[in-house]
Write a protein that binds this ligand. Sequence first.
Ligand SMILES: [Zn+2]
Length: 182
Amino acid sequence: MTRLPLFLAVVLTASSTMAAASETRHADAHEHGHGQLTIAIEGSMIEMEIEIPGADIVGFEHPPETAEQHEIFDAGKAKLSKGDALFQVTGEAGCTLKEARFLEGEDHDHDKKTEDADHDGEHMEFHVNYRFTCTDTTKISGFSFPFFKQFPNSEELDVQIVSPKGQFQFEVSPDQPALTLD
Ligand SMILES: [Zn+2]
């Protein structure tokens, strides 16, 4: 956690570059199909943080209204919380998912705001933080992404890795669902 300022700096740099690059979209809009994943390796821990459009996870970006939408929403969240089924550590590092925390996309109040549900301009996102502990993070050789099989609407993840070896950037996709770290 002592590296948090650095970690945040990386995320902020990445998003401001992205915003500048896509001027056809309004400032804080995201690109459907494209998510951001930051992986920080420190000590015996891996911390991951994903920010991804609601469209990629559940296919819509408004609060769920119908019974069917609630079902889709809850199922999407349940899948998204299983971080170890989405992001797999390759190598003999012995990593176990300890926690998945929703920072955005968590609450969809069943009784609040239903008549306010037609905010067309709104782009709902999921923002989830995962914490893994490992027996030996020096044995991490890379990551693979069964994520794309679980969420076929997702076309790409921009992956930033912050590790004792340095900072690295990757793009992974359904065609290229893995990365190697050395
Ligand atoms: Zn959107």
